[in-house]
Design a protein around this ligand. Sequence first.
Ligand SMILES: [Zn+2]
Length: 247
Amino acid sequence: MAVSEVVLVFLLALLTALATGLGALPFLFARKPTRRWLGLSNAAAAGLMLAASLGLAYEGAIRGPLGVLVGAGIGFVFIVLVRRLLSVEEHPAVFAGLGGLDARKGLLIVGLMTAHSFTEGVGLGVSFGSGTDLGLFITLAIAVHNIPEGLAISLVLVPRGVGWSRAALWSVFSSLPQPLMAVPAFVFVETFNPLLPYGLGFAAGAMIWMVFSELLPDALEEASGNLVAVIITLSVLAMVAFQVLIR
Ligand SMILES: [Zn+2]
């Protein structure tokens, strides 16, 4: 394994991380967001994340159904711990300008999306370890799939008062584990490969939890149940179609 190969894997994984920032671009054209479309944004983010997490669970179940369940269980423990941590810290300083509750929510979604990127970085590195063609294909798939995930993050952050450029930076931040994990997973492919179902289960479980525990209740608070249901349904279907298209 040449050093140039390792550098190439790192750079390609870095590009996938940068693609996440593209998801914030629609907000470049949005006027100052109001609380009114917070509910609808949350519904759209919920649909995108729900479909994305089912895709992850499916990929994991192909490799090891039991591992996915165990991974989801670890994810649940992780979330309980993170929530306890966040309730102690009332005003996370990283989202200056947001109220305590909004900042907590922003931190939660950025944190969960960052955690789920670790698995995708491992997936990227492992696929390069199994062949350059497969690696390039997975890189492209993850890069394209990162764009709606950046959109989901921005849909949560921007209506709560974070500017589009900061939302783009947080989106890229959430994908930084991809280049960081891709390199060790590529170099030690034999070690990382069996861990993938657990990681995928962890990521999928945490994201599904986020949808039903945080995004959906918020959406229903600001918009009618019917409208929320329509938007979630449409965004789930759009994301599924999108995932099939980029396969
Ligand atoms: Zn993802």
